[in-house]
Design a protein around this ligand. Structure first.
Ligand code: PMT
Length: 443
């Protein structure tokens, strides 16, 4: 099965201050496993050098239409055919206008005309330029011509203005690209609809690492196996899957987009970014509750004066509780937490379900040999609020010990059943306090 990575992306850079972010964008695309070739306009080179992009992509950067040496390698028509996706970031107002009129007076505009590739741009310009009726018209025309426009975002601008016109952050561009048709696995639209088809599921997995100094960190025993099994099962059920992964040694499941993070703070940032575009959010990661108040710049040395070392820790953000609190209408996902307990499994899980404002919790006893952390099998007790009435009994399903792969499918079955009880599958249950649950009485 094809994976969403490994595409041939032509990154076009035009003359905006946001061009400096294109270097990070190129890096993210490469890191995600894509082949990236860069084309820069003349003006772009005033903001960032071709050499920077060449070093990041490992490919010569093309800057000129009339370059005999470059044309002797891969000619511009070949380059246009090579690309599966043309991504222009930043796209200036001038470039947009020239594309609307079909100009072909430099390499980038020529490639855009000559290529059958999917086309995406991230506009970036001064807020007044973006608001100008000419740019509005051009943006509409480009969309009509098949371009997908990502952003721009609003906020502080390099010129001192505030308003719409900032280029989307590279991470947000990469997230959005993953939703483009090109990035769907070829078998993602089988004749028969699969149960999770059309849903976007974000899953956290693995441990977090909280650095103490350049060589040490606090972490835990999570291997990532449970979260990766969920990601694989969700993709097999037809969902678009984002997997936010702490450091683990597992291979990325097919058709799953993996976002590598290390600390809880990094995981929280990725979770907040993706939660708004997800229908379901599952927190399977073993997130460190605390991190060092101060990370030592140099290795902490052993001293002769004392046999003790005192570390001051501060609380990490409670990622899943924050995602569950995010209540902007339909953008709030259905939120599923895990509870790793060594005693009083059900009582602690009930407490976490209510305290973190979750729609469902998967409780697992991590004190049992052969289950939980690191093993290939697990057992779980799934709990959810069965009615919107306060203090109403909980829905409950006990899932006996089995492989993490089969357990993952059973957990997702519970989630899909709950989603079916909400108004629409794409706009899942609104809040834990007000689940649109009806028939699932406690079992
Ligand atoms: O990775 P494996 O080796 O396969 O092991 C699987 C597992 C045991 C790690 C997994 O099944 C599991 O139980 N994951 C949750 C572990 C955990 O941190 O549980 P908790 O009870 O401490 O946290 C409760 C919930 O809050 C979890 O959804 C957790 O992701 C979330 N959390 C916790 C702390 C924090 N700062 N932010 C969070 O989002």
């Amino acid at each position: 099965m094809a994976t969403p990575s490994g595409k041939r992306i032509l990154l076009g850079i035009s003359a905006g201050i946001a061009a400096y972010k294109s270097a990070h964008l190129a890096r993210l695309l490469k890191k995600a496993g894509h082949e990236v070739r860069v084309v820069m306009t003349d003006g772009a080179q005033a903001f960032i050098t071709p050499l920077t992009l060449q070093a990041l992509t490992g490919e010569a950067v093309r800057t000129s239409l009339l370059d005999p040496e470059a044309e002797a390698g891969m000619g511009h028509i070949e380059l246009a055919r090579w690309a599966e996706l043309i991504l222009i970031a930043p796209a200036t107002a001038d470039l947009m206008a020239r594309l609307v009129h079909g100009h072909a007076d430099d390499l980038l505009t020529t490639l855009c005309l000559a290529s059958q590739a999917e086309k995406v741009m991230a506009p970036a310009m001064n807020q007044a330029m973006w608001r100008h009726p000419a740019t509005t018209r051009n943006a509409r025309q480009l969309e009509a011509d098949g371009w997908q426009l990502l952003g721009p975002a609003a906020g502080d601008q390099a010129c001192g203005d505030v308003g719409p016109g900032r280029m989307l952050e590279p991470e947000a561009i990469v997230d959005a690209l993953f939703m483009a048709p090109l990035f769907k696995a070829p078998d993602a639209a089988p004749a028969e609809a699969r149960p999770a088809q059309g849903l976007t599921v974000t899953i956290t997995a693995g441990p977090t690492r909280e650095p103490l100094d350049p060589v040490r960190y606090l972490s835990n025993h999570s291997s990532g196996k449970m979260g990766y099994a969920l990601a694989e099962a969700a993709a097999a059920l037809g969902a678009t899957v984002h997997l936010i992964s702490g450091p683990v040694t597992l291979a990325t499941p097919n058709s799953v987009r993996r976002i590598n993070v290390s600390s809880a703070t990094e995981m929280a940032e990725a979770a907040h970014r993706l939660a708004g575009q997800s229908d379901v959010f599952i927190g399977c990661a073993a997130v460190a509750d605390y991190r060092a108040a101060n990370v030592s710049e140099h290795k902490i040395k052993k001293t002769t004066e004392s046999d003790e070392l005192t570390l001051t820790l501060v609380k990490n953000p409670d990622i899943i509780a924050e995602v569950a609190r995010h209540r902007s209408g339909a953008t709030r996902p259905f939120v599923v937490g895990f509870a790793a307990e060594t005693r009083d499994l059900e009582a602690y899980a009930q407490d976490k379900l209510a305290r973190k404002g979750l729609d469902m919790i998967v409780a697992n006893d991590v004190s049992q040999a052969g289950l939980g952390f690191g093993s290939d099998s697990n057992a779980a007790l799934v709990l959810w609020p069965a009615s919107s009435e306060p203090h109403s009994p909980l829905g409950r399903r006990a899932l006996p010990a089995q492989t993490k792969a089969t357990l993952a499918t059973a957990i997702l079955d519970c989630v899909l059943e709950r989603l079916e009880h909400s108004d629409t599958a794409s706009s899942p249950i609104a809040t834990t306090q007000n689940p649109k649950a009806s028939s699932q009485d406690p079992q």
